[in-house]
Design a protein around this ligand. Structure first.
Ligand code: ZN
Ligand code: ZN
Length: 294
């Protein structure tokens, strides 16, 4: 009996537990669902509901009453800025295994951000740190999510470009990020994994060869970093092509400044009693830097 229950848990056959909540962490019936949504009290995964505001879905109407066309490339940049922002914010609390953003349109899934950490404690720290905070003028709605296997939750047809349910599909349609951004964000972990593996497989006989290889790798990666630093500074149109290290320091300073200014905003809000009017329009298309969404 117990075995039978285990085999149907969270499936369509399970009349008690909601399969959608179990697999996708979101169900269109919400709290009115006739089946149980077993909310985990701890999980490596956190969900920030409806957090990403897709400019394509929020485009203002033009004089003809139709949404103003958004350049797809600009929209992707908008998304990747958001993705990087959220990644860096969460990564302060521990190593991220996945960061997934839904491209679905239905209310219970639109803009959902799922972040899976390597361990539950990191997820708990992140949840605590983000609870009650605002991003882009909207309060972050955050909870532990039962989703730990994104392969189960993701729409395979969407990945093969053949999903005919479009944005209203009940499985996750995940917004892709560019390879370069993926490498930049998740690459830091892979490097560490490699180093760990090396340490583990160390044997005295081969130490010398390994050290030599490592030195060579380091030299290579340094020159790669230098080349990368150069091309980045060209892209940005800024002068002074510093190496990889310098750039990283600048970035963390920028981040600190962002967070400091966010804290100031929160103090204002907390002191001023109430959110004080609707937030301004999103920065999209504004072009001017200096806007801090946190
Ligand atoms: Zn449900
Ligand atoms: Zn689909």
């Amino acid at each position: 009996m117990a075995e039978h229950l285990a085999s149907i848990f969270g499936t369509e056959k399970d009349r008690v537990n909601c399969p959608f909540y179990f697999k996708i962490g979101a169900c269109r019936h919400g709290d009115r669902c006739s089946r149980l949504h077993n909310r985990p009290t701890i999980s490596p995964t956190i969900l920030m509901a409806n957090m990403y505001q897709n400019p394509l879905l929020n485009a203002p109407l033009g004089p003809d009453g139709l949404p103003i066309r958004v350049d797809p490339k600009a929209a992707q940049e908008h998304f990747e800025d958001f993705y990087e922002d959220v990644f860096e914010e969460l990564a302060q609390h521990g190593e991220l295994e996945n960061l997934n953003v839904c491209d679905n349109f239905a209310d219970h899934m639109v803009g959902n951000v799922y972040a899976k950490f390597r361990d539950e404690d990191a997820a708990a720290r992140a949840l605590q740190a983000l609870q009650g905070r605002y991003y882009d003028g909207r309060q972050i709605i955050i909870e532990f999510s039962p989703v730990t296997d994104f392969r189960e939750a993701t729409c395979r047809q969407y990945e093969e470009n053949t999903c005919n349910r479009g944005g209203y599909c009940n499985f996750m349609h995940l917004k892709p990020i560019g390879r370069e951004l993926r490498r930049k964000l998740f690459g830091r972990y892979h490097r560490r994994d490699r180093d760990r593996d090396r340490e583990r497989s160390r044997s005295p006989r081969r130490d010398r060869d390994r050290d030599r290889d490592r030195d060579r790798d380091r030299r290579r990666s340094r020159s790669r970093d230098r080349a990368r630093g150069r091309s980045r500074s060209r892209e940005r149109g800024g002068g002074g092509g510093g190496g990889g290290d310098r750039r990283a320091r600048e970035t963390s300073e920028e981040r600190r400044a962002r967070i400091a200014s966010w804290n100031m905003e929160r103090d204002d809000r907390d002191g001023g009693g109430g959110p004080g009017g609707p937030p301004g329009p999103p920065p999209y298309g504004g072009g001017g830097g200096g806007y801090n969404p946190w």
